[in-house]
Design a protein around this ligand. Structure first.
Ligand code: TYM
Length: 331
């Protein structure tokens, strides 16, 4: 089976609709015909300051949500990044093969470091994409399901793999980004010129674990556009287009079908129906997440088994890398 790997940061109390539709939905679907490795990337999380107790809690809540969304531990290895030391180890080797200028071109670093300021920006935030490359290359992953915002990091990963292979001989599989056609970039409900993100004010971000009333209110208050017709027009009507995209991704209907369905009706009807579609989809996820968190023994068992499975694949890759770069065997 082809390999797939992806990761998500445990940096919020809940994932949001952008995470789900841009990436996690594909994580679940790809399990059917891929050998899948999915990780909660706590090493990535500490590139910005984290409170230790909060990080630990969010790591568990993240794993619970992934299982609740349908990641199946019988078919996929679900693990915590810091449980598999090979990530940090390969990360270092790849850092030594990354140009300073090359890393400086990462647009996500430019955005995030601007938010953190010069004193708050860690060197880890700068080398973050190289650790991400290590995550992927350790497993020889062919596909990496992510949202549009990760495209540049995947390009860097391919460049590093190619460079290593050319210099030391064939070692790494070249991965491809697996980006969904519809919802690769879910937009913020209040600022539909920006991607939905936990770093913007909460009103524009629909969290998977939000109370249904809160979700309905966020959708009702979504910024729409001038005009009255419910039609998709990404340039002219980004807000309405975003609501249609979310609806389509969750209901399985196409955007043209939805345009027909809402013909002659207004934005209010769209928002009302969308709130129902979203809260109906999230209700079972919320119930299952709560169940898994009520007694974390099962969750911990799943994560331990996932890490053991991950190390079976990661350790031989790292051993080959250490050998090829010329490290003396530890004996
Ligand atoms: P993170 O934790 O920020 O986001 C997790 C996933 O959600 C996607 N995403 C979105 N998709 C569509 N619309 C949005 N508004 C939106 N917001 C977030 C992201 O593209 C991502 O797929 N660097 C990664 C984590 C990572 C990783 C990896 C991913 C670490 N190692 C290895 C893949 C492979 C990140 O910060 O994602």
């Amino acid at each position: 089976l082809p390999r797939v790997l992806s990761g998500i940061q445990p940096t919020a109390d809940s994932f949001h609709l952008g995470n789900y539709l841009g990436a996690l939905k594909q994580w679940v679907a790809l399990q059917d015909d891929h050998d899948a490795f999915y990780c909660v990337v706590d090493l990535h999380a500490i590139t910005v300051e984290q409170d230790p107790a909060t990080l630990r809690r969010r790591t568990l809540v993240s794993a619970a949500q992934l299982l609740a969304l349908g990641v199946d531990p019988d078919r996929s290895a679900l693990f915590v990044q810091s449980h598999v030391p090979e990530h940090a180890q390969l990360g270092w080797v790849l850092q030594c093969m990354t140009g300073f200028g090359e890393a400086s071109r990462m647009t996500q670093f430019k955005d995030k470091s601007q938010r953190q300021g010069t004193t708050g920006t860690s060197v880890g935030l700068f080398t973050y994409p190289v650790l991400q490359a290590a995550d992927i290359l350790l497993y020889q992953a062919q596909r990496v399901p992510v949202g549009e915002d990760q495209r540049q990091h995947l390009e860097l990963t391919r460049d590093l793999a190619t460079r290593f292979n050319n210099r030391f001989g064939p070692t790494f599989t070249l991965p491809e980004a697996y980006i969904p056609p519809g919802a690769a970039k879910v937009l913020d409900l209040q600022m539909p010129d920006k991607k939905m993100s936990k770093s913007l004010p909460p009103a524009g971000c629909v969290n998977l674990l939000d109370d249904p009333k809160v979700t309905a209110k966020k959708i009702r208050s979504a910024v729409t556009d001038t005009g009255r017709e419910v039609v998709a027009d990404p340039a002219g009507k980004p807000g309405v287009t975003n609501l249609l995209t979310i609806h389509a991704a969750l209901s399985g209907q196409t955007v043209p079908q939805l345009e027909e369905h809402f013909a002659g009706r207004g934005y209010g009807d769209l928002k009302k129906e969308l709130a129902e579609v979203v809260t109906d989809a999230l209700a079972p996820v919320q119930a299952r997440t709560a169940e898994l968190l009520a007694d974390t023994a099962e969750l911990e068992r799943v994560l331990a088994a996932g890490a053991a499975r991950a190390r079976e694949v990661a350790a031989p890759t790292l051993a080959a890398v250490y050998d090829r770069v010329g490290f003396l065997p530890a004996g």
